[in-house]
Design a protein around this ligand. Structure first.
Ligand code: GCU
Length: 415
């Protein structure tokens, strides 16, 4: 076994035995801050002042000046930019299977193969598209950035739990409310933990002689986001789906990807970040729970390599994650935390959403008004910036799905 593979295997075993936020994880990371009193004093980079020091006071200045500056910083310093391929990529969509009788006839499931090809190579992913059979017209949908490595990981109907997929997703709840559900597996185009950048989608983008992304080029999370945009390209052609009303959602690493997806691709109507934590909704500068050092030592290539410069130096970052949420505005964004999910810094996730609200207000939208986190279990849904913190740890529970649905129903009017 190579050193890299050994390292990877250790990481995976560690993740399997020590879920984020568990006591085991805390003991392992003695230097991790879990005490609010130990959060260092910090200043967040301003949202509404340009890099040149000019105040941003109108929506036009936000969209034309400040937002592009912030997106470029996130692209070049955090997630990595998608390079221009030397050879044009040909993309094809093929519905390889249609089941009109899914879940006892409640839904149609389509397996759609999306294939990418250019002079450098080829890659493909298969997404799943579930649509309600009783829809009166094209359905709004949730697009799940799924941890599944492939389409087959548990996306069949559960044999004993009506309304659920085998992997626990309550698909029936979505269908009943008029939503479709799209699954984009993360593992198809990029390996979960790097080390395989000679396979998957990256080689199609390498310039002659290149064999690894440059320091400012896309890592794993950015590749996952790119795949969601390609899924969106397909969805725009699917008559059963209303591509103008798609809510992207993801948990944890996939929550990080969700925020980057929706910030970049303005075709998405709404974003839901489920416990995305570090490099997701949580603020870097609080250094609470997972921080840059923990992230890039365990997962060196989730972000771009430029991010490594900020290890033990988050203070130097010219962005923080509230700015990423702000780049989603005016489209609604929902942030979900878990009380025991301290590795993901629930308070930092809330504060990010709170501070991003400044931009929502500039754009005439409703943001969070209180700097204090809401009581545990109380969901803020009727707002363009939504939030809840649930008792318990690092997972999506039925309580959470129902709040996400309520938020999306409020904004996307499915029925
Ligand atoms: C690890 C990682 C987190 C990530 C999580 C997950 O705990 O440190 O940043 O969110 O895995 O994806 O489940």
């Amino acid at each position: 076994m190579s050193i890299k593979r050994l390292f990877l295997a250790c990481c995976l075993v560690q993740l399997a035995v020590a879920p984020a936020g568990s006591d085991e994880r805390k003991n392992h990371d003695k230097d991790v801050v879990y005490d609010e009193a130990k959060v260092p004093p910090y200043d967040l980079p301003p949202l509404l002042v340009s890099s040149e020091g000019k105040p941003i006071t109108t929506p036009e200045e936000w969209f034309n000046v400040r937002r592009p500056q912030i997106m470029s910083l996130f692209g070049n310093l955090i997630y990595g930019v998608v390079p221009q391929p030397e050879s044009p990529i040909k993309t094809t969509f093929e519905v390889v299977k249609t089941d009109r009788n899914f879940m006892g006839g409640k839904a149609t499931r389509k397996d759609v193969r999306i294939r990418f090809e250019n002079a450098k190579g080829s890659a493909e992913m298969t997404i799943l598209v579930f649509t309600p059979n009783d829809a009166k017209g094209p359905a709004p949908a949730f697009l799940l950035h799924s941890f599944a490595g492939t389409k087959d990981d548990g996306h069949d109907a559960h044999p004993d739990r009506p309304g659920f997929l085998r992997n626990g997703i309550p698909l029936g709840e979505f269908l009943q409310r008029g939503f479709g559900f799209v699954v984009v597996p993360q593992g198809a185009l990029v390996a979960h933990n790097e080390v395989e950048f000679l396979k998957g989608i990256h080689p199609l983008f390498y310039r002659t002689g290149q064999s690894f992304p440059k320091a400012n080029e896309w890592g794993c999370i950015a590749a996952v986001s790119w795949s969601a945009s390609r899924a969106m390209d397909y969805l725009e052609t699917d008559r059963d789906i209303d591509a103008n009303r798609i809510a992207a959602i993801g948990h944890s690493k996939m929550g990080k990807a969700t925020l980057w997806t929706v910030a970049q691709d303005q075709r998405f109507a709404l974003a839901i970040s489920a416990q995305s934590g570090c490099a997701g909704a949580a603020l870097w500068k609080r250094n609470f729970g997972e921080n840059m050092e923990k992230m890039v030592t365990r997962f060196p290539y989730w972000l771009c390599r430029n991010a490594w410069k900020f290890v033990r130096n988050e203070d130097d970052l010219p962005v923080d994650q509230h700015m990423l949420l702000a780049c989603i505005a005016p489209r609604p964004v929902y942030v979900h935390s878990g009380v025991e999910d301290t590795w993901a810094d629930p308070r930092g996730e809330y504060l990010s959403a709170y501070h991003a609200s400044e931009v929502y207000r500039l754009l005439g939208k409703k943001g969070l008004t209180s700097e204090a986190s809401p009581p545990v279990g109380e969901a803020i849904v009727q707002s363009d910036v939504g939030y809840h913190n649930r008792p318990g740890g690092h997972s999506i529970e039925m309580f959470d799905w129902l709040k996400f649905l309520a938020f999306a129903e409020h904004h996307l009017n499915p029925k």
